[in-house]
Write a protein that binds this ligand. Sequence first.
Ligand code: SF4
Ligand code: SF4
Length: 437
Amino acid sequence: MQTNFSAAQLADPHVAESEKILRKCVHCGFCTATCPTYVTLGNELDSPRGRIYLIKDMLENGRPADKEIVTHIDRCLSCLACMTTCPSGVNYMHLVDHARAHIQATYKRPLLDRLTRAMLAFVLPYPSRFRAALKLAGLGRPLIGLFEKLPALRPVAAMLKLAPASIPSASPMAKPGTHAGQGTNKRGRVAILTGCAQSVLDPAINETTISLLTRLGVEVVVPEGEGCCGALVHHMGREDQALASARRNVDAWTRAIEKGGLDAIVITASGCGTTIKDYGFMLRLDPAYAEKAARVSALAKDVTEYLGGLDLPEPVRRPGTVVAYHSACSMQHGQKITRQPKELLAKAGFVVREPREAHLCCGSAGTYNILQPDISARLRDRKVKNIEATGAAIVATGNIGCITQIASAAKLPVVHTVKLLDWAYGGPKPEGVADSG
Ligand code: SF4
Ligand code: SF4
């Protein structure tokens, strides 16, 4: 695509990067067919190609964001299905990240929207605040019906609906420390991301991961000082907050690398993994962090990616259960991890089925199911229908957002992939799961 940026505009490295991306797009439109918002809404402006034109126009003319572009960029899930489909290698992720930061800097949203976003950015990345907010949500639940009738308060209704009725206790294993690998066959040393929302909603995911990895002979370090990866605020265009999270984590993992070396930084939420693998890019302009961030990104691995690289023994039991594997967008499109989770489950004795339209997002997408509840619910219902049509007894997936989203409508138990693997390799049976199905 031809672009018309001035030399002065291209002196801004963010604009220069976006210009490179825009020039790669050949307007072929292949990406529209796999874009969940285009498939759902049928509007070219809610397709990747339409958004690319809108972003190009905004950046080229150096103008502030307006209501139209904000509407269509807000509807984008950042699922990155368009990047998987694009034959020209257009890096839509970096382009839309730039557009979101530009929107945040130049557009004044309506008051309630601003307040909702500020509240999400203040609460979600901090486990203690998130835990307190979930407790308060119980008080607000009787008002869901009322909030749903008022369009400006629908995000609040969506939040209350997603809040679980009970919250598990904080995990002692999330505290900084080292969990030694068991046995004589030492396989490596990794750090694990404790993260934010997942550690509150389902701390058993990381407990199970630590238990499985240490049983396999891997030493697992929970580094002092790590926290939210920054993805939630990054997708809201809050660049300073996202970069501060990235720097804090880079510091924490760099200390762990310098103290005893790391073979990997293991991540159990694929949404976080996509962002951490992008730290090298996000911090490329910061001379104090660029190199360290690139090293961290190179070490980041989804837990299934890491397990896939180990020579696993035969499982202790072969459950034989039929599992529908839901590949999170951040897993399949963001990190291009498509094979390992299914192969690991099959090797562990599960019968793996893949739902139809597996490339389409479930509508979770970070805070999307709160900020865009209508489109999110349509995508969720479509996903659940496809999952239930597989006839599986369990849904396995590798991202807490998808677990919460799909579980809010599915009749089947939805569990993290690592819990099923842990069960097959001698751990306890995950809650709500029958022996076979
Ligand atoms: S990221 Fe997803 S929703 Fe956004 S344009 Fe690409 S395919 Fe569509
Ligand atoms: S598939 Fe790629 S090149 Fe074609 S319109 Fe979409 S982004 Fe542009």
